[in-house]
Design a protein around this ligand. Structure first.
Ligand code: SF4
Length: 692
């Protein structure tokens, strides 16, 4: 639970898109099916359109990443440019987003994208009205589990965008002892005791219907005088729900409780009544209507006829051109005070502004070498900007154009879980003498610091082999996190048999192993993965070889071992680029890594045949618009492997950050606490020495 009592932390964009993906597939199947008959009949196949999504009512927008994913799923050539961010307010007529690209795909996707956007914006708007109504009181507005089946993560995300907070996500992340449980157990005390005995780690909320029941809760161990008690402590009640109490009852409950435990008002909460409920002094007000009865926010999309040589509306072209001019102007104004770093996975319209481009290792070195720049703008994801901030000189500032651009893989290990693993391993072996912690650079700064403090090191996909060899020369075993695939592929290549590797599941005690199995292992592999690379499958390799004999398959070592084993070559991003650059004309490549990089290599090397391993037909590229048009495909596998968080960095966001610097405003700085930075630097410098 968070301090405020919210139990949800899984509504960041990567998780949002993960939850949205099956819903998008369902919506496309039910709405488009075999095709959009009207658009296919009326629109020429090569017609490009410019769509403008505007608000028809006032409200709060939520769901822009989902709308973007719908357009890109229906046709990867469609470009979605948001003009505001989720959580922003709009008035009637305000421009929300633009869409550019093939008309048929745009019109086929329109209704689905707007359905998501209107529904989620409606929830955000409705939530905001309640949040505004209780402004100035201590009450926090919460949602409930009354969400539409399958939509929970999306709808709870929308509540957050409206300024509310999430109650529990599901039945397994928090216990709520209600009247039926109490009836079955015989008393509140008995029910709470059973709850704590069965799941001592879970927070407990108890529903009471009157003051007598509240007195029983307050009389329990762990409540009286325990306002600072740790969440989930045995015997404690973390919150009390006042079920359908009238205002007088609520006021009496607040007096009786005197702040010893959080109080949540629930049941019959309307907009007309919510301010009075908040004034009664409760801490939380939960409202099912936020998600089950919110009216939609009316939005519409209008398209304009194509003009100009390219088929794009001139205004669209000028938007992109103007943005590019503004970024170049800001760069010129800042001169050597500004350096822009760009990861290879960035989109073309962003990476064109990078002074240095590279993979994680090269950019880490570039960041350390940028001694004269006052500002380092990192066009990449959050952990990369953190790494740059750790290696930065005193007085340098690192900025990330979108602070929400995280890394799905990096989020799969956190410090608490790694410390728990270290402690548990410590009961089986002498960890400080026997185990070297190795973190992939795709990890939070706190994990790099952990490695620094415990004799460990950072690695990238470029130097993982050298780092593993170094680590095993220090101590006999390695704890490798967070990417199991990179760890397994690297260890296997180093000659370590699979039987001497143990997959550490952070959700399970001792990673899910018996002590004897742990003692037998030389490499402990954290159970994490990159969603972009894990999508490459052995059948993709087989299919390409059947369709194009002689094609060489080259994959990134974040791909599963079965794919790496089948591939002709495996290597880091830098390796993949180098191999293409040094290959003769006519070479055929099916490459298993992030799509923007593959597409850029294809455009830069027309003398070779280059395709994504996930696409089924290399001949089916679109022309001249920087993204491929994929037709047909391995069944259900035609979606390109974009890194959605890398793609969150747009020219608009980059322009905002660099123009802010010109005006003396530092937008989206990335900082690392000094003690974390100090130890993280130790681990990073060990890596740079090992791979020098
Ligand atoms: S491609 Fe995978 S590992 Fe790389 S930033 Fe995206 S999610 Fe993270």
């Amino acid at each position: 639970m968070t301090e405020s009592g919210s139990t949800s932390s899984i509504t960041q964009p990567a998780d949002l898109l993960e939850a949205a993906r099956p819903l998008i597939e369902l919506a496309i199947a039910e709405d488009i099916g075999p095709g959009d008959a009207t658009s296919e009949a009326v629109l020429p196949a090569d017609l490009f359109l410019h769509g403008r999504i505007t608000a028809k009512g006032a409200g709060v927008v939520a769901g822009l990443p989902v709308a973007a994913a719908v357009f890109s799923r229906v046709d990867p050539n469609l470009r979605f440019v948001p003009h505001i961010q989720d959580g922003d307010s709009v008035a009637p007529g305000d421009l929300v987003a633009e869409v550019m690209g093939p008309g048929r795909g745009m019109l086929a996707a329109e209704r689905i994208a707007l359905n998501f956007l209107q529904h989620l914006s409606g929830i955000a708007t409705f939530t905001r009205t309640f949040v505004d109504a209780v402004a100035g009181t201590r009450a926090t507005i919460l949602d409930t589990r009354k969400t539409h089946p399958g939509y929970r993560v999306l709808e709870k995300y929308a509540v957050r965008m409206g300024g509310g907070q999430n109650h529990r996500m599901s039945l397994h992340d928090m216990m709520l002892v209600k009247d039926n449980h109490i009836e079955a157990a015989g008393s509140i005390t008995a029910a709470v005791e059973r709850a704590h005995t069965a799941y001592p780690e879970l927070p407990v909320e108890v529903e009471v219907k009157d003051l007598d029941e509240l007195r029983e809760v307050l009389g329990m161990a762990g409540v009286a005088g325990m306002e600072t008690r740790p969440t989930g402590m045995a015997g404690a009640v973390d919150r009390v729900m006042l079920d359908n109490m009238d205002l007088e009852g609520m006021r009496a409950a607040v007096d009786l409780t005197a702040g010893r435990v959080g109080l949540e008002a629930s049941g019959g909460v309307t907009l007309a009544r919510v301010a009075a409920i908040a004034a009664a002094g409760v801490d939380y007000i939960s409202i099912g209507a936020l998600t089950h009865s919110a009216p939609v926010l009316d939005l519409s999309m209008l398209v304009s006829a194509p003009t100009g040589e390219t088929g794009f509306d001139e205004s669209v072209r000028s938007t992109a051109t103007e943005l590019a001019a503004r970024i170049r102007e800001a760069k010129a104004a800042l001169g050597p005070a500004l350096v822009i770093l760009g990861h290879h996975y960035q989109r073309d319209d962003v990476i064109q502004f990078a002074d240095f481009r590279g993979d994680s290792l090269k950019l880490a070195r570039d960041a350390a070498a940028c001694r004269d720049a006052q500002y380092i703008v990192f066009c990449g994801v959050h952990f990369m900007a953190e790494t740059a901030a750790i290696l930065a000189q005193p007085g340098q500032t690192v900025l990330l154009p979108d602070l929400e651009a995280g890394c799905y893989l990096a989020e799969m290990a956190d410090l608490a879980d790694v410390e728990r693993a270290w402690t548990q391993l410590g009961t089986v072996m002498d960890v400080e003498r026997e185990v070297v912690p190795v973190t992939y650079v795709n990890s939070a700064a706190a994990l790099k610091a952990f490695c620094g403090q415990h004799g460990g090191v950072v690695c990238t996909s470029s130097n993982a082999q050298a780092v593993l060899a170094w680590a095993l020369a220090q101590r006999p075993r390695v704890l490798f996190f967070p990417d199991q695939h990179l760890g397994r592929n690297t260890a296997k290549r180093a000659g370590i048999p699979l039987e001497e590797m143990a997959l550490w599941d952070p959700q399970r005690s001792f990673g899910g192993h018996a002590a004897e199995a742990l003692r037998h292992a030389r490499v402990f592999l954290w159970r994490g993965w990159c969603d972009v690379h894990q999508r490459f499958l052995p059948e993709h390799v087989t299919a390409w070889r059947e369709r194009r004999p002689g094609i060489r398959v080259m994959v990134h070592p974040e791909c599963p071992m079965e794919v790496v084993d089948l591939a002709d070559e495996a290597g880091s991003t830098a390796y993949i680029i180098r191999r293409v650059e040094e290959s003769p004309p006519g070479t055929g490549w099916a490459i298993g890594t992030e799509f923007n990089l593959v597409n850029r290599l294809k455009n830069e090397h027309p003398e070779q045949f280059i395709t994504s391993l996930r696409l089924s037909s290399g001949e089916a590229w679109g022309s001249g618009h920087g993204t491929p048009h994929c037709v047909g495909g391995l069944e259900g596998e035609s979606e390109p492997s974009y890194c959605s968080t890398m793609n969150a960095i747009t020219p608009e966001k980059l322009a905002r950050v660099v123009e802010g610097l010109v005006q003396g405003e530092v937008i989206n700085p990335v900082t690392v606490p000094p003690d974390v930075a100090r130890w993280a630097r130790v681990a990073l410098e060990r890596m740079l020495e090992v791979s020098a």
